[in-house]
Ligand binder design. Sequence first.
Ligand code: NDP
Ligand code: MG
Length: 390
Amino acid sequence: MQSISILGATGSIGVSTLDVVARHPDRYRVFALSAHSRVAELAEQCQRFRPQVAVVGSAEAAAQLQTLLRAAGLSTEVAYGPQALCDIASADGCDMVMAAIVGAAGLASTLAAARAGKKILLANKEALVISGQLLMDAVQAHGASLLPIDSEHNAIFQCLPAGYTRSMTAHGVEKILLTASGGPFLHRDVNTLDQVTVEEAVAHPKWVMGRKISVDSATMMNKGLEVIEAHWLFGAPADKIEVVIHPQSVIHSMVSYADGSVLAQLGNPDMRTPIANALAYPERIASGVAALDLAQIAQLSFLPPDYQRFPCLKLAYDALRAGGTLAAILNAANEVAVQAFLDGRIGFGKIAPLIQEVMSAIPNRQADDITALLEQDRQARDHAEALISR
Ligand code: NDP
Ligand code: MG
């Protein structure tokens, strides 16, 4: 029996994780759950999964949760705030941590899980984008393990040999082929991109996800963040990571080997597959996802990405190649820009130029501790906000 803390339990990944966990009551027990403000949803999850601890974002949310839980006769301990997230990520009572908070808000707790030597199921790609070196070093130093949940990275993980040491050359790996659906605007007239509505941007053709990552998929910044994520997870330099547009989202990514073999992982686009894979690794368990019907899919197609249409993808490659804290700056500017778009403060077409402007305005530095990285993150956010207000 293994116990799990699910950070971001009320989100899209959190809910899918609980769905898989519920299918295996003999294997998994929930130690802790967290949400930010969706208290009623968290209370329902607590009634169903009976965690020892539940964490929310504020004192008010904690008081509300406490009332709901007591009314339901539960004695779940309630806590709130960033330190409480770190506590449930590093507690002795949990073996595994699902890191599924969205954005930089997930960084500290993911790092805490690494420092406590936990098995980390990593959905929060932003943590690796901001502080890849720091996180990978912490994982190594404290004997933690990092299993990718992002479908592409989980696919790559499945296509790499067991015991892969983050050295492509040592394992005869030539290239990582990251597939991308192309999102909702793959074929839309580029001159009309500034008029897209929030509803159009979050309506992903293949995946049902949270709002932030859905907008990231529409700009393809999501793929850019994933290029950086792949760099840290698999020790791959930028020029060995190739993005391939594959609109059907059946192949979740591929690994190309020196002997000419290309290995791929296929499946229906449902995050419960990578979640079940990481939860049970190296075993295989049921996830609730139906088997692929290839005859029904009939056709798989591929095309190269168009940087004119998707400038965010190029910005992410630039940040990775530049090194230093540029990826943290890119991520912070993107988080602010996406939120501003979702709030109706900027048009969709302004997201990429805004990020680019922030990247050129904030001096790129070397930073090897969390304080320095968060300072870069703060400066980038402030600058992005100032540009938006203007
Ligand atoms: P959602 O927006 O659906 O969920 C986010 C979760 O984080 C919610 O539980 C939310 O709480 C919580 N949260 C939000 N802000 C904060 C904060 N400031 N502090 C603490 N908790 C917070 O996101 P997704 O599930 O879509 O994505 C989660 C992560 O997984 C992201 O990093 C994303 O890139 C990654 N990912 C997601 C995929 C998907 O299919 N959805 C695929 C691959 C990666 P509340 O509900 O109370 O707001
Ligand atoms: Mg992905």
